[in-house]
Design a binder for this molecule. Structure first.
Ligand code: NAP
Length: 396
């Protein structure tokens, strides 16, 4: 039977198309118009950019956060057959489109959890950038994916590196997995100066261009702590099998050590388009829009242990990795509130740690038996973190 070209294209939904991962995903799709087509897109507040994306990629459906903004888009695009939705229900409808071959989950924070879950529930493969979902609800996401047969393909460069090194190898052959960390902008700053570092300083990541939340998480190294918890669920590993090492060049993204002492590493340019493209095309490999990595121009590859005095939030996250899952929900929620406050310049860099530490100290283990339990605990911790910030504000 003859197949039309369009039937060979993967139909892609991007949750968070206006963000850093979303825009990079669209670049890959632009580069491979014969391989992928856009089925639906979602944005939060940046409806101006979403309008541009609708004009270029002709999605069947889009969703935005606010109904007022959705109404404006409807006036502009309904006549072209674009369905415009809003709010949480809108996101879930887009995420569960039956015609989708792959949902790219690229919303920041816990806002990405429900749509990621419903995509997997529908049996749709998910390219997962939204690490916070895996951190707070890893067991539920893995369970639903196992039930429906949907695949979770990592987008985070380190997890993509592990995924590529493992390439289906048996878990029992692995002894350890190393995730690399650049160390962020404060790798060499005297530790006593860290607490007062400004927002502008913290946003200057030396290697990666990313959204603001993850850039701050990289400066505190919380990002790597979240990635350890993400890796635990993604690859079904014990905490003792997971390690982070500082690698300032960000060329080696992950290493897998096997029982026989061999180590496989994944190297590539420091550019998210590489892991994004692999997640889109998996298991196929396509030509890259980027120039090849010139190994002779990489002068050296350095690896150091993490100094947890420099990165106390990483120390908290590493301890949470070994604790009951409800601690991961607390870690993530408190961190989201603290980073939001730092981005709004309401607290200092050092206070991000105080907020997260306070919420973890206050927490008593809760049994999480369903996704709703995660949302309830998440909301409680957010309120607690906001309350703590209010009290600290009054003490000034
Ligand atoms: N950037 C990277 O290189 C990178 C690497 C690895 C993993 N990740 C992970 O990928 C995720 C996205 O990161 P990013 O850097 O792309 O973030 P970003 O640039 O801040 O983009 C976030 C996206 O999510 C949308 N969004 C935010 N809150 C929303 C809400 N409440 N409802 C609906 N949409 C919402 C934003 O919409 P508007 O902008 O329209 O408001 C935007 O499209 C994060 O979980 C991050 O940890 C990112």
């Amino acid at each position: 039977m003859m197949m039309r070209i369009s039937e060979l294209k993967k139909a892609i939904v991007i949750l968070g198309s206006t963000g850093s991962i979303g825009r990079n995903t669209l670049e890959i799709i632009r580069h491979h118009p014969d391989k992928f087509k856009i089925l639906a897109l979602t944005a939060g507040k940046n409806t101006a950019l979403l309008s541009e994306q609708i004009k270029e990629f002709h999605p069947l459906m889009v969703a935005v956060e606010a109904e007022k903004e959705a109404e404006k888009l409807r006036r502009e695009f309904s006549r072209y057959g674009v369905k415009v939705l809003s709010g949480g229900n809108g996101l879930e409808t887009v995420a569960s489109l039956k015609q989708a071959d792959l949902v790219v989950s690229a919303i920041t924070g816990i806002a990405g959890l429900r749509p990621t879950y419903v995509a997997l529930e529908q049996g749709i493969d998910v390219a997962l950038a939204n690490k916070e979902s895996m951190v707070v609800a890893g067991s539920f996401l893995k369970k639903i994916a196992a039930r429906t047969g949907a695949r979770i393909i990592p987008v985070d460069s380190e997890h993509s590196g592990v995924f590529q090194c493992l390439n289906g190898r048996k878990k029992r052959s692995i002894s350890r997995i190393f995730l690399t960390a650049s160390g962020g902008p404060f790798l060499k700053i005297p530790i006593k100066e860290l607490a007062e570092k400004s927002l502008a300083d913290a946003l200057q990541h030396p290697r990666w261009k990313m959204g603001k939340k993850i850039t701050i998480d990289s400066a505190t190294l919380m990002n790597k702590g979240l990635e350890l918890i993400e890796a635990r669920w993604l690859f079904d590993l014990k905490p003792s099998e997971l390690q982070v090492i500082i690698h300032p060049q960000s060329i080696v993204h992950a290493l897998v050590e096997f029982k026989d002492g061999s180590i496989l590493a994944q190297l590539s340019q420091t550019d998210m388009r590489i892991p994004i493209q692999y997640a889109l095309s998996y298991p196929e490999r396509l030509s890259s829009p980027l120039p090849a990595l010139d190994l002779t121009s990489v002068q050296n590859l350095e690896f150091y242990p993490v100094d947890e005095k420099r990165y106390p939030l990483f120390n908290l996250a590493r301890r949470v990795l070994e604790a009951q899952p409800s601690f991961s929900v607390v870690l993530n929620a408190a961190n989201e509130i603290a980073v939001e406050a730092f981005l709004e310049e309401k607290i200092s860099f050092g206070q991000i740690y105080s907020v997260v530490d306070h919420c973890l100290q206050e927490h008593r283990v809760v049994r999480l038996s369903c996704l709703e339990d995660v949302f309830i605990l998440d909301e409680e911790v957010r309120n607690q973190a906001r309350q703590y910030l209010k009290l600290k504000g009054k003490e000034k």
